[in-house]
Design a protein around this ligand. Structure first.
Ligand code: ADP
Length: 459
C-alpha cells in the first residue's frame, strides 16, 4: 500500500492523504465484484432500476458536499461543480430506465423462434482522468450497472475524492457491497491490472491518446472490449455570415471552460479572413472579461490548473517569444493560476497542432469553406467542434465534412447525457451516453428454439 497527498490547486495546501490500492487490492475487489455481479444480474429488472434510482436520490441529497469536494480537489468553480454533481444524479436516473428496456430482438426465421438477449459482460473496469472526475465516472458506471455488470473504478491520482465519496454513497443507497468499488491508485498499477485481469471483461478508459493506445494494445491480448475517450484539438469555425458578436463573446467559454482542461475544448479558432480583424477586436474584451479566481466564489468562471506539473506543461506552450495576441487576468500568489491566452500561431506550430489542455487558444484565418474544412480535419484528433454560420446549407455541409464525433452549430455544446458522445480517429473508440450506452456493456446472445412441426389436426 502506498499513499498520495491530494493537493488543493487553488491554495497548494494538502487536502488529504489517500491510500493507494495495490495489485492484490485490485484482485480482491475484482473477486468481490464478480460475486456481486452474479447476484445483481439475477435481480428482477425492476429491482435493479429501483436500486439505481435510490443511488440517484442519495447523490441528489449530497450535491453540495460533492460539489465542495470538487472545488477543493480540482479547483472547479462552484457553479460548474454543482452542475457536475447534478449531472451524475441525472445520468443515474436516465440509465435507471435501462434494465427494464434491454429487450433484445425477435427475428423471423424458418423452423422455430429466434431471439436475442443482451447479456451483461461481468466486471467492467472504468479508468477516469482528472479533468471531470465525477461526470466521466458516471458515464461509465451508470450504464454498465444498468446493463447488469459490476464496476471497478480507478480515479486519476490527482483527483480521487469525489469518486471515493460516490463509492460510499452507492453503498449508502443500498447497492450490493462490492458492486461498485472505487480503487484509487496509480495508472501503472491499478489501471494496468484492469487491463491484464482476466475477469475484467471490458475497460472504459478516458485520458490521453498515448495512454489509451497502451490500454488498447494491452486489451488486445485477451480480446478485451474497450471504449476509449481520448484527446482532442477541436476547431471553432467562424464564417463571415454568422452573428460575429455572439461567436466572439462565446468563443472563450468554448475553450476556457474548466481552464481549458477539457478534451472538447475548441482550442483552434478558425476565422474567415474577411472578418478576422473584426473578430479579434470583439474577442479581446471577451477574453479579458473571463473571471479567473477563487473557485469557491460564485462569480468565478475559471479556476486554477489542476497541478504544478500540469501548469508547467501548459506553460511550455507559451514561451517568452510566443505570438501572444492578448491575455486575460489571473490571480498572483499561491495556486496554479494561468491567464486565458490567445495566440496567433501558424499551422505548423506546436501550439496549433498539439493538445494543450489549458487556457490557451490559437486563432488562424481561412479563405473559404473548403479551406476551413481542410484545416479543421488536418489533425489526428476528431472529438468535437463548432460551426458558426447563419447559412443552413453551409452549416449542414460543414457538419457532415468535419471528421469529429460531436459538433455544435452556433453554440459550443457537446455533452448531453441523452445523446451519444465520442471521437473519430485518434480521439477514441466507441460512444458513451445516449440511449445505446447500456448496449456497449452487453454481449448479444442469439438463441434459436426449434419448434416441432404440427403433428395433427387437434394437437
Ligand atoms: P494524463 O496524462 O492527462 O494524466 P493519462 O491518460 O495518463 O492522462 O491518465 C488517465 C487515467 O489513466 C488516469 O486515471 C491514470 O492513472 C490512468 N493510467 C495511466 N497510465 C495507465 C496505464 N498504463 N494503464 C491504465 N491506466 C493508466
Amino acid at each position: 500500500m502506498t499513499s498520495c497527498e491530494v493537493i488543493n490547486p487553488a491554495t497548494e495546501e494538502v487536502l488529504r492523504t489517500v491510500e493507494f490500492v495495490d495489485v492484490e487490492g485490485v484482485d480482491d475487489a475484482v473477486a468481490r465484484a464478480a460475486s456481486a455481479q452474479r447476484t445483481w444480474a439475477r435481480l428482477a429488472p425492476a429491482d435493479r432500476a429501483a436500486a439505481l434510482r435510490s443511488f440517484a436520490a442519495v447523490v441528489d441529497a449530497h450535491i453540495d458536499e460533492l460539489a465542495a469536494l470538487e472545488v477543493a480537489n480540482s479547483g472547479h468553480p462552484i457553479g460548474n461543480a454543482e452542475w457536475e454533481a447534478g449531472h451524475v444524479r441525472d445520468v443515474l436516473q436516465y440509465y435507471a430506465a435501462a434494465p427494464e428496456r434491454l429487450s433484445g430482438k425477435q427475428i423471423p426465421v424458418a423452423g422455430g423462434l429466434d431471439v436475442t438477449f443482451n447479456e451483461p459482460l461481468g466486471v467492467v473496469g472504468v479508468i477516469t482522468p482528472w479533468n471531470f472526475p465525477m461526470t466521466i465516472a458516471a458515464w461509465g458506471f451508470a450504464p454498465a450497472l444498468a446493463a447488469g455488470n459490476a464496476v471497478v473504478l480507478k480515479p486519476a491520482e490527482w483527483t480521487p475524492l469525489t469518486s471515493v465519496r460516490l463509492g460510499e454513497l452507492a453503498v449508502e443507497a443500498g447497492l450490493p457491497e462490492g458492486l461498485l468499488s472505487v480503487l484509487p491508485g496509480r495508472g501503472s498499477v491499478v489501471g494496468e491490472r484492469f487491463v491484464t485481469h482476466p475477469a475484467v471483461r471490458k475497460v472504459v478508459f478516458t485520458g490521453s491518446t498515448a495512454t489509451g493506445t497502451r490500454v488498447m494494445a494491452g486489451a488486445a491480448a485477451q480480446v478485451k472490449r474497450v471504449t476509449l475517450e481520448l484527446g482532442g484539438k477541436s476547431a471553432n469555425i467562424v464564417f463571415d455570415d454568422c452573428d460575429l458578436e455572439k461567436a466572439a463573446a462565446t468563443a472563450p467559454y468554448g475553450v476556457f471552460d474548466n481552464a481549458g482542461q477539457d478534451c472538447c475544448a475548441r482550442s483552434r479558432i478558425l476565422v474567415q479572413r474577411n472578418v478576422y480583424d473584426r473578430f479579434m477586436e470583439l474577442l479581446e474584451p471577451a477574453v479579458k472579461g473571463v473571471v479567473v479566481g477563487d473557485p469557491a466564489s460564485r462569480d468565478t468562471e475559471m479556476g486554477p490548473l489542476v497541478s504544478k506539473a500540469h501548469w508547467e506543461k501548459v506553460s511550455s506552450f507559451v514561451p517568452d517569444d510566443a505570438p501572444v495576441a492578448f491575455r486575460g487576468e489571473a490571480p498572483a500568489g499561491r495556486g496554479y493560476w494561468f491567464a486565458p491566452t490567445v495566440l496567433t500561431a501558424q499551422r505548423a506550430d506546436r501550439a496549433f497542432t498539439e493538445e494543450i489542455f489549458g487556457p490557451v487558444v490559437t486563432v488562424l484565418p481561412f479563405d473559404d469553406e473548403a479551406d476551413a474544412i481542410a484545416i479543421a480535419n488536418d489533425t489526428a484528433y476528431g472529438l468535437s467542434g463548432s460551426i458558426w454560420t447563419d447559412n443552413l446549407s453551409r452549416a449542414l455541409r460543414v457538419s457532415r465534412a468535419v471528421e469529429a464525433g460531436n459538433l455544435s452549430v452556433n453554440s459550443h455544446s457537446s455533452v448531453r447525457y441523452t445523446t451519444p458522445f465520442g471521437g473519430f480517429k485518434q480521439s477514441g473508440l466507441g460512444r458513451e451516453l445516449g440511449p445505446d450506452a447500456p448496449l456497449s456493456f452487453t454481449e448479444t446472445k442469439n438463441v434459436f428454439i426449434a419448434v416441432a412441426e404440427s403433428i395433427g389436426e387437434n394437437s
